[in-house]
Write a protein that binds this ligand. Structure first.
Ligand code: ASP
Ligand code: MG
Length: 417
């Protein structure tokens, strides 16, 4: 008998019919002999609808009251789902975050979970009941309702799984797992049976949007095995877990890409200690996050700097950089927001040389020029012109044997343990 935490996202509980369908799935898991704790999101579109209501009154509604309002979305779904379970003859109880209780700090709209007192849940499980908990919400020391940030129900599920020491946390969503890359870009993208936490974090931070990043971090930290599955289609989904020493890891697990970055360059600044700090500190002070950074070798005591920021910060960062460039007597300052970042992700590259060169060859064979490169132990990222996104990702997907019809890969390198 296992303890399983299941989370159903907004689309999965988007209508009363879908809620009844979800109830049947939960009951089946219980009938197979498991204890089940369920976390649900608000019905799809509901959180946005509530935000729009608040904005109808004020462009900047008080954060405490906004959280009070947004938490109602999930309160509706826990009640309806529990009614549906009872209708199927499965004893069940539902709780808000405050009732559980999920204690958070007081940063409304982006609260962090501090502690979970899961006594009521454990007691219900002991009594043979299913337990349904509202995702995305908690309560602070003062009793004010808080929310965890958009997509936060994933984090609720993982945190509950950690607190209850669940055997698995299953995230049910509208896709049937984590793919080698976005199937809308590469039709031959494959569902992965397994991926490691580290790889999933890279995929998520490079633009793959299947799971909230915070939930993946949490699961890795507390060693909660996480599975992404479809609510609509049966299948094993994708298991996110730890690397296994005895397993031959595939070289590359996935290709992520990010369209949200822009590139800034300053040419001909003096090459002396402190130069990087004096360029990047004002950018950081303006609350602009920097991703990739490249400094060129110096020539005649001068050097060049290029870095990337999120597109929403592009104008602000360029303005700051122009000012810095003037102060330093830089030769030129310019920017480009028509770029994308493409990243190969795979723990297998730790033990294999030549991944980067295969990547560069595959891109050059398609005439794709690489503007920036950065590497980590399990990732190689390149910045290329925006118009080459599809071409580049497809070429790499094929070059690294990830295409759906690739027999060798399907047979040899994807153990479904
Ligand atoms: N309902 C919240 C949102 O739409 C939380 C969630 O769905 O995870 O962001
Ligand atoms: Mg969601």
């Amino acid at each position: 008998m296992a303890l399983i935490v299941q989370k159903y996202g907004g689309t999965s509980v988007g209508t009363v019919e879908r809620i009844e369908h979800v109830a049947a799935k939960i009951k089946a898991t219980r009938d197979a002999g498991n204890d089940v704790v369920v976390v649900v999101s608000a019905m799809s579109g509901e959180t946005n609808r509530l935000i729009a209501l608040a904005e109808g009154i004020s462009k900047k509604p008080p954060a405490r009251e906004l959280d009070m309002l947004l938490s109602t979305g999930e309160q509706v779904t826990i009640a309806l789902l529990t009614m549906a379970l009872e209708k199927l003859g499965a004893p069940a109880r539902c709780y808000t975050g405050a009732q559980v209780k999920i204690l958070t700090d007081s940063s409304h709209s982006k609260a962090r979970i501090q502690e979970i007192d899961a006594k009521v849940i454990s007691e219900d499980l002991k009594q043979g009941r299913l337990v349904v908990v509202a995702g995305f919400q908690g309560v602070d020391q003062t009793g004010a309702i808080t929310t965890l940030g958009r997509g936060g129900s994933d984090t609720t599920a993982v945190a509950l799984a950690a607190a209850l020491k669940a055997d698995e946390c299953q995230i049910f969503t509208d896709v049937d797992g984590v793919y080698t890359t976005d199937p809308r870009v590469v039709s031959k993208a494959r569902r992965l049976n397994k991926i490691t936490f580290e790889e999933m974090l890279e995929m998520a931070s490079q633009g793959s949007k299947v799971l909230q990043i915070r939930a993946v971090e949490f699961a890795g930290k507390y060693q909660v095995p996480l599975r992404v599955l479809s609510s609509f289609k049966d299948g094993p989904g994708t298991l996110i877990s730890f690397e296994e020493d005895d397993m031959e890891e595939p070289l590359i697990s996935g290709i992520a890409f990010n369209r949200d970055e822009a590139k800034l360059t300053v040419l001909g600044v003096p090459d002396r200690p402190g130069i990087a700090a004096s360029i990047l500190a004002p950018i950081a002070d303006a609350n602009v996050e920097v991703d990739m950074i490249v400094q060129n070798v110096s020539k005649e005591g001068q050097t060049d700097f290029t870095f990337t920021v999120n597109k929403v910060d592009y104008d602000k960062a360029l303005e700051i950089l122009r000012k810095i460039g003037d102060d330093m007597g830089a030769r030129e300052v310019y920017g480009d927001d028509k770029i994308v970042k493409i990243s190969l992700v795979g723990v297998g590259m730790r033990s294999h040389a030549g991944v980067a060169s295969t990547m560069f060859k595959a891109l050059s064979a398609e005439g794709v020029n690489i503007q920036m490169i950065s590497t980590s132990e399990i990732k190689v990222s390149v910045v290329v012109e925006e118009k080459y996104l599809e071409l580049g990702v497809r070429a790499l997907h094929t070059a690294f044997g990830l295409d759906e019809d690739n027999e060798a890969h399907a047979e040899g390198k994807e153990p479904d343990a």
